[in-house]
Design a protein around this ligand. Sequence first.
Ligand SMILES: Nc1nc2c(ncn2[C@@H]2O[C@H](COP(=O)(O)OP(=O)(O)OP(=O)(O)O)[C@@H](O)[C@H]2O)c(=O)[nH]1
Length: 353
Amino acid sequence: MPHLSPVRPALSWRELLTVAREDYTVAVLLLGTLIAAVWLMPFAIYRALQGNWWAMSNDVALSALFVWAGHRAWRTGDTRLSGWVVACATVGGIWAIGWAARFAALFWVYPGVLMLFFLVPPRAAFVLAALAIGGSAYLSHADLGGGEGLPFFLFTALLTALLGYMTSQQAQHRIARWQSLSLIDALTGVANRRLMEIELDRASSGGGSIGLLAVLDLDHFKSINDRFGHEAGDLVLRDFAATVQSRLRRGDRFYRLGGEEFVLWLPDMGRAQAEAVLERLREQIREHVRAGEGEAVTVSMGVAAHHAGEHWRDCLARADQALYRAKSAGRNRVEWAVDDAIERSIPLVERRA
Ligand SMILES: Nc1nc2c(ncn2[C@@H]2O[C@H](COP(=O)(O)OP(=O)(O)OP(=O)(O)O)[C@@H](O)[C@H]2O)c(=O)[nH]1
């Protein structure tokens, strides 16, 4: 199930509806808010007028949780916590229905069980559904219409849960497949330009510095293709990508922009450390990546530190200019963006503070 990033500004109503069309967790959280507004809250008032304070408190508590979760998802874009809160509240609501032992209210079990599969991962949803159904059946078995009612209720509710499980499992599978087809480079297995744009847009939306961006470009790659063939060139690209990826820290990101051009994003590395890391990486590529009959492959890099408030594309353009200088200066080297070179001795973390 896709979850929105926890770091992005609140959406307008129009944007929220567009996201809800693409992300079913958002859609169900909005639906939960709507149910709270048009059904649960009016019922809470009705219960209060009847003097049924327990049912009123239950409806008010459920409404408050649904509205809080919907509002939080809208404000922060994080649907994970909201999804879990609404799923647990739904299980509690289904138990409360069983406890209140009102036969007609048991019809709520079916949409409640289905909702769980839109809110949390399929297996967790199935466990929650089984707990909800078991609990409400146990609490209300005396009101389920004698010997037939209980097995009928259990069977139909569990069948609903099974259908929910099958549907969400397949949806997840398709989403994962679609994401890997559209966001991962098929040749090298690293993230592609589109994923880079999504991640850098998201990271820079807060306005602060996102760290360092390095553009990596293999040297004389055309000549590798020309002399050893396109397939040998492909193999070099794969080896190069694997070599870089195996040396990244957690949190570092590596993307293929296209051709033999890649981008490395180092979000939290001090400048001095980055210099040492990139130099070592350049050296390791020369030592480990081979073309044709053992010819060493080299890489040139241009690096720029992202400044708070700067668009990441401008930072990438500065890194690209630095790469151009690295190529002009003979290749197989790391060059820093001109304005960064002045500040190179100051650790990035210090400048951010
Ligand atoms: N094998 C292979 N080659 C590719 C792929 N994508 C782009 N290329 C080739 O990469 C080559 C890039 O050549 P240039 O842009 O001239 O760069 P270069 O030869 O590395 O020269 P410098 O960057 O200046 O060192 C072109 O010949 C493209 O056809 C790919 O997926 N596989």
